[in-house]
Design a protein. Structure first.
Length: 206
């Protein structure tokens, strides 16, 4: 099963992707994770990516497409994959069509005005990467899993988030229409409980 998860920043793609990958035994491929790894290791591609991400801009297509192509060629993708964060534009989707055939596209739909609170309130563990939200932390500053320090990502501030949502509306939202025309897209209400969203997706995927 080859699946794409669509949705604006903060819609919950990452959370659902981890659970879906586990359920269907396919690798969760997050371009965000790939870029963060390269940025942390200060690879040439990571340095280029960071210069765009810090400004709230998208990494150029040719860089992203090459990274995804190489990842999908690995053995663990033979039985399918779950793409999270790619494609972000129609041109990326067309490039993907040249080296892989997607089965279904899931669009997690959340009103944009609710996404700002979701993202700016997000905190992640500096050690293991576990994600939390200030609305549910009750003032805690340590990870429940490994006791690592909870931090706010540098790009999770209001100014950068505002730019990311603006870029999403302009460049990524047209993907919805693109995949609707192909008959591969279905929408899921992402404004509910995490389990409710997961169940709605799995009901459609089977």
């Amino acid at each position: 099963m080859k699946v794409i998860l669509l949705g604006a920043p903060g819609a919950g793609k990452g959370t659902q992707a981890v659970r879906l990958a586990e359920r269907y035994k396919i690798p969760h491929i997050s371009t965000g994770d790939i870029f963060r790894s390269n940025i942390k290791e200060k690879t040439p591609i990571g340095i280029v990516a960071k210069s765009y991400i810090d400004k709230g801009q998208l990494v150029p297509d040719e860089v992203t497409i090459q990274i995804v192509r190489e990842r999908l060629e690995k053995d663990d993708c033979k039985n399918g994959y779950l793409l999270d964060g790619f494609p972000r534009t129609v041109s990326q989707a067309e490039a993907l069509d040249e080296f892989s055939t997607v089965d279904v596209v899931v669009n997690i739909d959340v009103p944009l005005h609710k996404l700002m609170r979701r993202i700016t309130g997000r905190r992640v563990c500096g050690k293991c990467g576990e994600s939390y939200h200030i609305d549910y932390l009750g003032g805690k500053t340590a990870c429940e899993k490994c006791d690592g320090e909870l931090i706010q990502r540098a790009d999770d501030n209001e100014e950068t988030v505002g730019k990311r949502l603006e870029v999403y509306e302009k460049q990524t939202a047209p993907l919805i229409e693109h995949y609707e025309k192909k008959g591969k897209l279905f929408n899921v209400d992402g404004d509910g409980d995490i389990n409710a969203v997961f169940n709605a997706i799995t009901e459609r995927l089977g």
